[in-house]
Design a protein around this ligand. Sequence first.
Ligand code: R5P
Length: 295
Amino acid sequence: MGNFIISNKELQHLAMKVAYKLNYELSTYELRVFADGESKITIKQINADRIILIHSINPPVDSNLIRVASLIHEAKKYSNSVIAVVPYMGYARQDKMFLDGEIITIEVVAKLLEAVGVSAIIVLDIHSDFALQKFNVPIINVSVVPAIVEHINKLKLANPIIVSPDFGGSNRARSISEIVGSEHLVLRKHRDKKTGRIKIRFNKINHINNRDIVLVDDMISTGNSIINAVEILKKNKCGKIFVVCTHAILIGDAKDRIIKSGVEKIISANTITGHEDIDMSSLISKSIKDIISKI
Ligand code: R5P
């Protein structure tokens, strides 16, 4: 018997660090994807006191969701205590009914993970408190803000402004700016509820002239929110722009498009490939210890 960590291939680097910090053993699983898209998963049988699964629900979202659910279901056969660390929780943006009849899919995700027997969950900067409230097992939402602040300080920018591209990110921008000791600014993003198309209204912002910007968001998917924000900030003649996010999903050529739009660098936490700039292994390890004391 012992304590084991299982992770998907992408997050193996992160899992290795967590395993080292907690003195857990690493175990693996094999994945084959059938021609029709089904996931065929084979895991090494283990006798475990506790199993930690580290696996994001990033694109392909539905496939990764079923992989996470299947791995929890199987792990329960080997241990009563199965904790899922889901650094990026897909579907968390579907946390409210925006138009009549829309399904709040994060509720379905929560029910699914609970039904297969997850003992507790750890997420990183989940999209919203509404999403968090849908879970009925012990859950910790680890804030990436302290790690982001550390990284911003390393950039050694003089008098930067912390900017959120939308109102939803205003608390994050404000708390980062309070710790960094700088100003913050919230842009007004409008998303068409039917098409999903976004538009950030042009604001005349006088005080950003020549000042460096740190644009922060919880996640970057298509990159359109960031690119729209960069356009407004450039029109207002800001200095250099750095982008910091927790989850760098970066669909297709999003990264190139963002850099081309005039961004110096995209900095993110290691929630998707495990290799990104901001290492969350210490905070994840601490949260695992915290959640174990609650279950
Ligand atoms: C939206 O509310 C989120 O906080 C992000 O701003 C958004 O999901 C980013 O998506 P995209 O990169 O596709 O604009």
